[in-house]
Design a protein around this ligand. Structure first.
Ligand code: ZN
Length: 133
């Protein structure tokens, strides 16, 4: 793990939250992106070398919709930047972490991603991400 790549925050209304975070961080989102396979609309804010990812559900039964109905808006996941996602997945699997996907998948912001089950990671949903070169 090289650094915290971003923190994912679940929101109900992306447009409203973009306004709020634009004021908070004093910068506009540099990217808006819909990931249809995940049922989410996202926006990204650069904060120094890390980012904030806002996630709004675009489908009724998406992971974000379920998260918000259980816990409300708030921090959803922590994403770590990794150099080699395959290697890191292998290492974490051997350490006993539960990987939510067996192969990395294409995430937002030009990344290969893999999630670790919060049950195996101290109650925190962990995302590994590797820049697609
Ligand atoms: Zn993320």
């Amino acid at each position: 793990m090289r650094k915290i790549e971003h923190i994912g925050i679940a929101v109900k209304d992306l447009e409203k939250s973009n306004e709020l975070y634009s004021k908070l961080l004093n910068t506009k989102p540099y990217k808006l992106e819909e990931v249809e396979s995940e049922g989410v609309k996202t926006s990204f804010f650069q904060v120094g070398e890390s980012k904030i990812e806002l996630l709004e559900s675009s489908k009724e039964d998406s992971a974000i919709a379920k998260f918000i109905s259980k816990k409300g808006e708030g921090i959803h996941h922590i994403a770590y930047d990794v150099e080699d996602i395959y290697k890191e997945m292998e290492r974490l699997k051997e350490e006993g972490f539960i990987l939510l996907n067996t192969e990395p998948k294409k995430g937002a912001d030009n990344k290969l991603v893999c999630f670790l089950h919060p049950k195996s990671a101290g109650g925190v949903l962990v995302e590994l991400c590797q820049e697609i070169k």
